[in-house]
Write a protein that binds this ligand. Structure first.
Ligand code: SF4
Length: 197
């Protein structure tokens, strides 16, 4: 069975499988040198089936455009969870464990050179840690050298939407620029840690 069919039919997380409207698989070319990785679908994504739809998506697209990256052409968008947690509650550890094998399988197909991890749950995946141990802002800008790709730890564009115009937004945009440079072959200067996933 094709990976996308498997994901669409998945009911491993009973609550999410009952409450979701759509399974949000991902968006972008395959293969693709850049992956932007978020947490889980929100209300609009659940309605449309499109990841990063709405305010967070607009912020991401505008920031990427400044780095000469166009949606649908230069980057692929994925989430750690493919189904929306009801009322936008945080994903549970069990839901993450259920869905991460799909994410790993997707990354094996997309084959990114660089992943930008947006927020606590994406950072937790990259570092192989519990989200409870993640300090998103402390990790901002760290570049991880995974055997298969580089990963830049950043915050979620939805958080930027609530904190416009400051140093945080500047840093977020810089992370997107760095990803664009890595995708073109640049070697990042500050690789500070090795991590499996
Ligand atoms: S979140 Fe992932 S593992 Fe859970 S039901 Fe949806 S597709 Fe399956």
């Amino acid at each position: 069975m094709k990976l996308t069919t498997k994901i669409k039919r998945c009911k491993k997380c009973t609550e999410l499988a009952q409450s979701r409207r759509q399974v949000v698989i991902g968006d972008g070319p395959i293969p693709c040198p850049i992956v932007f990785l978020g947490e889980a679908p929100g209300r609009r994504e659940d309605e449309t089936g499109i990841p990063f739809y709405g305010v967070a998506g607009d912020i991401l697209e505008a920031s990427a455009f400044k780095a000469q990256l166009q949606r649908g052409k230069h980057y692929h968008i994925l989430n750690v969870l493919k189904c929306r947690p009801p009322e936008n509650r945080d994903p549970t550890i069990c839901e993450m464990k259920n869905c991460i094998p799909f994410l790993i399988a997707q990354l094996e197909v997309v084959k990114p050179k660089v992943i930008v991890a947006f927020g606590r749950y994406a950072q937790a995946f990259i570092l192989g840690e519990s989200p409870n141990n993640i300090s998103v802002l402390k990790n901002m800008g760290r570049i991880i050298n995974n055997p298969k790709f580089y990963a830049i730890l950043s915050c979620h564009p939805a958080y930027i939407g609530r904190n416009r115009g400051g140093e945080l937004e500047k840093a977020f945009k810089q992370h997107i620029h760095t990803a664009a440079r890595i995708a073109k072959g640049a070697k990042p200067k500050c690789v500070v840690q090795n991590a499996p996933y």
